[in-house]
Design a protein around this ligand. Structure first.
Ligand code: GCU
Length: 582
């Protein structure tokens, strides 16, 4: 990975929504580059050349090309691109407002899946790998009068040495799938900051502020008006200031009281504001404690897909739809599977008081022995954490999903757990594990060595769907070989909405409901059981599920159909969680 790649995480601009910016969302021209000749050869698309005379030979033209909406994956916007995996060049022309031209200017991409090459005014700015995390590139001093040209080559081809690897149970939506922003900042600006309750403290915040620029002020000021706080902290010669601040009279954030405070940080003439919740988070033996009180996570898993509209979800409206379903289910927790979701849903969860599990797609068959893959994973984890580190709703960073227990995997994931804690020691580390079976008995054991690295044990279990029929729940038990909280991070069954029959008939809503009816009593028998997240909130597209007339390219384990229709199982989960509220 080239050095520029490495610094993306460290260079990420935090609290991006509160910065002065111009949205570059909208219709972008696109050119399909199936044989990747766009970067060289007879089709140098990045030059965006124009014919100088009628005899000039050019074999591409953005001006004459069709358009795609950005944000937006290409698969759901054009039937010709539904299955397309390859490279597509996107172009946006834009003028830079006068008031921005004298500032430091950055392009900020909320996410591009999977690999991006970014050109500005026909000069290559940089690259980014990773389909679900943000990155920014500086364009100061590279401006043109009039129209400026932003060209992005997006390549969504799967690779064995990528993250995720080449097989996933979700659709490989390619494209500029989230917001694109032109951001204007001062010559010395506040790049990012961490401002949360210190680990183990109920009223003392600690953290840091990082400045970016030549002229460094001697100090930064942190203001929290509602608590009457305004304190200054010394800036060291690297542009970093440490924050230590008591928060007397603090109202701690919780699902019942998602209290957010206006926080402003100033550095010289520059400032940034954010809305931040403060809460404590810890485990004590098998207990999960939020603000010192044991809690149970009434959760659900969710893929980032707006099936009703089609394609990748990215907007506030998408977030409201899906967290609305979660609220209707009486949830206080959502597992954002299997990759970092867009910032809109993270910030909405902060406002609505819904706890979140964030994860990288270290999913199934990763090339664990490849150092480049580990560096890629660390960088992507850094991008996710540097974006969401001040979001009270985020309580868990998960480092893998259903990965074979080998020595290279254990070594890789221990390095990841250490890396997460080096970036953020205020949240809990987990991973979705799988159980061992004790042959001949209904007993299953969770003894994965990776559990030693985790604060919270999570388990994907499918008794009743992949493992026996639902009745098997009556005689199955799990033994957790760790004195730690356990979350059932996946369980459930498939059903086609509207397909009814007796409960023994696979794929009926009645069968799916039966699995949930039998699962909850079994899970209740596990001493460590402190939460669960049914797989999955809404049916979602995947190339792995092609049973004609039932799946047709959809994973049918949703509690809700891709048209927003609630299946019988939805109401069983809703009632179980309601009773948990009593
Ligand atoms: C797996 C996996 C999910 C998958 C689900 C299923 O556990 O984690 O990504 O979609 O089970 O089989 O439906």
């Amino acid at each position: 990975m080239n050095p520029a790649e490495q610094t993306h995480a460290a260079k990420l601009i935090g609290a991006i929504g509160s910065r002065a910016q111009l949205s570059l969302n909208g219709k972008w021209k696109y050119i399909i580059d199936g044989y990747e000749t766009g970067a060289f050869g007879f089709m140098p698309v990045w030059k965006d050349a124009k014919p100088k005379s009628k005899s000039d030979r050019l074999e591409y033209s953005f001006d004459a090309s069709p358009t795609l909406w950005v944000p937006g994956d290409w698969n759901s916007q054009d039937d010709k691109l539904f299955y397309y995996e390859g490279r597509i060049w996107h172009r946006r022309l834009f003028e830079i407002p006068e008031e921005m031209r004298e500032q430091r200017l950055f392009l900020y991409f909320d996410a591009i899946n999977y690999k991006a090459e970014v050109y500005f005014n026909n000069e290559k700015l940089g690259e980014h790998e990773g389909g679900f995390t943000p990155f920014n590139l500086e364009i100061t001093g590279k401006l043109r009068d009039g129209e400026n040209s932003l060209i992005v080559a997006v390549d969504n081809r799967r690779r064995g040495d990528a993250i995720p690897s080449n097989v996933t149970d979700w659709w490989n939506y390619g494209g500029i799938t989230r917001d694109v922003r032109l951001v204007a900042l001062d010559s010395t600006f506040i790049r990012n900051f961490h401002f949360q309750l210190a680990k183990g403290s109920a009223n003392h915040a600690s953290g840091w502020v990082e400045l970016d620029g030549e002229k460094l002020p001697e100090s930064v000021e942190v203001e929290l008006p509602e608590l009457g706080l305004k304190e200054s902290f010394t800036v060291d010669d690297t542009g970093k200031a440490r924050i230590e601040l008591d928060l007397p009279g603090l109202q701690r954030w919780s699902p019942d009281n998602p209290k957010l405070y206006d926080v402003t940080i100033r550095a010289g003439e520059s400032s940034v504001s954010d809305k931040i919740g403060f809460r404590t988070l810890e485990t004590r033996g098998m207990e999960l404690l939020l603000n010192g009180k044991p809690m149970f996570l009434r959760g659900v898993c969710y893929h980032e897909e707006n099936a009703v509209r089609g394609g990748r979800a990215w907007s506030v409206e998408d977030a409201k739809r899906f967290l609305g379903y979660a609220k209707e289910l009486n949830c206080n927790f959502v597992r954002l599977a299997h990759y970092p979701h867009n910032e809109n849903i993270i910030r909405l969860a902060d406002e609505w008081g819904i706890l979140l599990w964030g994860e990288l797609p270290l999913y199934w068959g990763i090339h664990w022995g490849d150092d480049q893959v580990l560096e890629n994973a660390k960088r992507q984890m850094g991008e996710m954490i540097n974006r969401d580190r001040n979001r009270a709703a985020v309580i868990i960073w998960s480092i893998c999903n259903e990965t074979g227990r080998t020595e290279p995997r254990n070594k890789f994931l221990k390095a990841m757990a250490d890396h997460v804690r080096s970036l953020d020691d205020t949240r809990l580390v987990s991973a979705a594990l799988q159980p061992d079976k004790i042959e001949g008995t209904g007993k299953k054991v969770i003894s994965d060595a990776l559990g030693e690295q985790l604060d919270v044990i999570a388990l994907n279990q499918y008794i009743g769907w992949y493992d026996g029929l639902p009745d098997a729940c009556k005689t199955s038990d799990y033994e957790v070989r760790f004195d730690k909280p356990l979350i059932i991070s996946e369980f459930g069954a498939g059903a086609l909405f509207g397909f009814h029959g007796d409960k023994e008939t696979r794929w009926t809503e009645e069968f799916q409901a039966w699995v949930y009816r039998e699962s909850f009593p079994m899970l209740e028998r596990i001493a460590n059981f402190r939460g669960c997240a049914p797989w999955v909130l809404v049916d979602f597209r995947t190339p792995l599920r092609m049973l004609p007339g039932i799946q047709d390219g959809w994973n049918r384990k949703g509690l809700v159909s891709e048209r927003g229709e609630r299946k019988q199982a939805f109401f069983i989960v809703q009632e179980y969680y309601r009773k948990r509220l009593e």
